[in-house]
Design a protein around this ligand. Structure first.
Ligand SMILES: Nc1ncnc2c1ncn2[C@@H]1O[C@H](COP(=O)(O)OP(=O)(O)OP(=O)(O)O)[C@@H](O)[C@H]1O
Length: 626
């Protein structure tokens, strides 16, 4: 069973015949050269110039404002036609072999029937998606015969058993729990990362971050076992973590949209001892970069961060490889390859053409992979000197992150969130409570010696699950303006149609000015928007605005007409009632008369001829004559 799973997992990395990137990859040696990044930079003079130009462009842009000046946000999913996205793998638990002890359990499988959704894209607010990954028992713990303290009852739940007999077990629930036998492929499939990548392509700002104590498997989950990425291992290796797998999936997504043009740029930084270091361009002195606040986008950004154009999948791998090689790693008693810094690998996805209601737009999506350094109990890690200083900085920034999460998750408190207290929280602010979409992967160890840290992590994760964010799509200001005007035109047109139908006004009303006006506004062809000169764009916006105000005017007139008609209708029905009352009186006089015995049949409920008075005199003639 496990073998079969492994083979299925491999299929993700198997080259497809139609996949150009894969074919190119096949043609190049699988082992990357020592510095793969330098390979990108020197691939051709043209690329070098483009990359350099791009680097400068970013610097000047950032001096003026923030990451994407002139960007505008368009309210989340309602405003955009999103692809049919997968749902969060809600309430799923990956069953491990150890769970029921029967060798035939579904190791690394998922019960698809229970896959549900907690996150509704059509809602204004989304909760942060929180999944938990439990690492397997390691050699040291095995040799010490440490007790396994966790139980997995399914439905995204974890039970932590107490260390003493009388202690009550603690129950936690999350969106998904990956038990120790879950594979890297399972994490890609069921963590919700695919949804994040799809949203990044759509223009959302997305973040996946791993949190947990030191040695709990954060780096393993994101990039695989120590040394794998730096060794230039084949991208088809089944050990690769979420980052490489996400890159592959991202390229698949982009290739599935040949009508759109995308530009990818990647950056990689670390926060080491409260200093931001560019991992793609650290320099000999590892000069720290400044984190600044942008008034325009109302978010923090890193000034002069190096960006690399990534035209191919290989370029993304190279960025990962180069950054991983430059990041600070150290050894301590609990992890021989412990990350001594928090890292943020960002891939910006700029969509140059995408059609929204006949308008071509540019979107600015982003996916961040954040590998947090692990929280440390320095007594257990035996940290001293440099490692101790690192541990203190790591713990301090994680503590600030904890405060922020606690404040954000408490819906009643609307007070100050201390983002500014650490570089980490400044850079994660937008992901935690802004307009982004966030996936938190809480990593834990299953054994007794780690129990108190495990419970801390699970509490942290449970709190994070309560945080709500409001995802919005980032796009160019002019595109957003045109799109919103278009949308307004459509809404007004719909209102106009409705009003016309309600008051039975047909094409003769105002010489059907609506359709004439529509003809006045040119429909914008895909691809053309970017080629339009500024003056034509201004003209286009003015046309839309004119159409909007004309529609508004027409709608106001229609509303007035409708109100007048409603008033007339009211008067008529009152008159009607008065007449009916009169008829009732006449009828009662007539029924009292011995000459006319029958009752008139007006207001005959259920009759198709309701409110039509029928003179019964003729029908009672026979009675009279008799
Ligand atoms: N799910 C897993 N399957 C197999 N091995 C794992 C798993 N998770 C972690 N490991 C192994 O455990 C060791 C520690 O993991 P890792 O370095 O990823 O921890 P970490 O949480 O990133 O620690 P730190 O915060 O100190 O950097 C590594 O050798 C890693 O390969």
């Amino acid at each position: 069973m496990v073998e079969a799973m492994a083979l299925t997992n491999l299929s993700l990395f198997r080259p497809k015949k139609t996949d150009m990137v894969y074919r190119q990859r096949q043609a190049t040696p699988l082992k990357a050269p020592p510095s793969a990044l330098s390979k990108i930079l020197s691939r051709s003079a043209e690329t070098l110039v483009a990359t350099t130009r791009c680097g400068k462009e970013i610097k000047t842009r950032k001096a003026r404002s923030t990451e994407q000046p002139g960007e505008s946000t368009v309210k989340g999913a309602r405003s955009l036609v999103l692809p049919s996205l997968g749902k969060w793998g809600d309430e799923d638990s990956l069953k491990s072999r150890s769970r029921n002890g029967s060798g035939s359990s579904r190791a690394g499988s998922v019960d698809r029937s229970t896959q549900g959704s907690t996150a509704n894209l059509n809602a204004d607010e989304d909760n942060i998606n929180v999944v938990v990954r439990v690492r397997p028992v390691n050699d040291k713990e095995r040799s010490l015969r440490e007790r396994h303290m966790l139980e997995f009852p399914g439905k995204g739940q974890i039970i932590c058993h107490g260390t003493t007999p009388g202690q009550k077990p603690k129950l936690f629930s999350y969106n998904v729990v990956f038990e120790p036998a879950a594979t890297q492929e399972d994490v890609l499939e069921y963590s919700g990362i695919k949804r994040l990548l799809e949203m990044a392509v759509e223009g959302f700002s997305c973040t996946a971050f791993c949190y947990g104590q030191t040695g709990s498997g954060k780096t393993h989950t994101l990039t695989g076992p120590p040394g794998l990425v730096e060794s230039g291992a084949s991208p088809y290796s089944e050990d690769h973590g979420l980052v490489v797998r996400s890159f592959v999936y991202l390229f698949q997504l982009l290739q599935d949209r040949p009508d759109c043009h995308y530009i990818l740029k990647a950056s990689f930084l670390e926060i080491y001892n409260e200093k931001v270091i560019d991992l793609l361009n650290p320099g000999n002195s590892r000069k720290p970069l400044q984190v600044r606040w942008s008034k325009e986008s109302r978010s923090f950004y890193v000034e002069n961060l190096f960006m690399v154009d990534c035209e191919q999948l290989d370029d993304l791998f190279a960025v990962l490889e180069e950054g991983t090689r430059n990041r600070a790693v150290g050894a301590h008693a609990m992890n021989a390859h412990s990350s001594r810094s928090h890292t943020v690998l960002s891939v910006r996805v700029r969509g140059l053409v995408r059609e929204q209601r006949g308008v071509a737009c540019a979107t600015h999506g982003k996916i961040n992979f954040v590998d947090l350094a692990g929280s440390e109990v320095t007594k257990r890690t035996n940290s001293t000197g440099k490692t101790l200083e690192e541990a203190n900085n790591i713990n301090r920034s994680l503590m600030v992150l904890g405060y922020c999460i606690a404040q954000l998750s408490d819906g009643r408190k609307k007070g100050h969130i201390p983002y500014r207290d650490s570089k980490l929280t400044k850079l994660l602010a937008d992901s935690l409570a802004g307009n982004g979409v966030t996936l938190m992967i809480a990593c834990i160890a299953p054994t007794k010696s780690n129990l108190s840290e495990t419970i801390n992590t699970l509490r942290y994760a449970a709190r994070a699950k309560k945080i709500k964010s409001k995802p919005v799509v980032k796009m160019d200001a002019r595109d957003a303006l045109i799109l919103s005007l278009k949308r307004e035109v459509e809404a007004l047109q719909a209102e106009n149609h409705h009003l016309r139908a309600a008051i039975h006004v047909h094409s003769d009303y105002n010489v059907d000015s609506l359709s004439q006006r529509n003809r006045g506004t040119p429909s914008i062809e895909t691809n053309k928007l970017y080629q339009l000169p500024q003056t034509e764009l201004v003209e286009l916006v003015q046309l839309h605005m004119a159409e909007n105000s004309a529609l508004r005017q027409e709608n106001t007139e229609l509303f007035v007409t409708r109100d007048q008609l409603l008033r007339d209708q009211e008067l008529l029905s009152r008159e009607n009632e008065r007449l009916l009352k009169k008829l009732e009186d006449v009828n009662s006089v007539c029924t009292r008369s011995p000459i006319i015995p029958a009752r008139p049949a007006y207001s005959d409920v259920g009759s198709n001829e309701a409110n039509i008075w029928t003179n019964t005199i003729s029908s009672s003639n026979s009675v009279i004559s008799s």
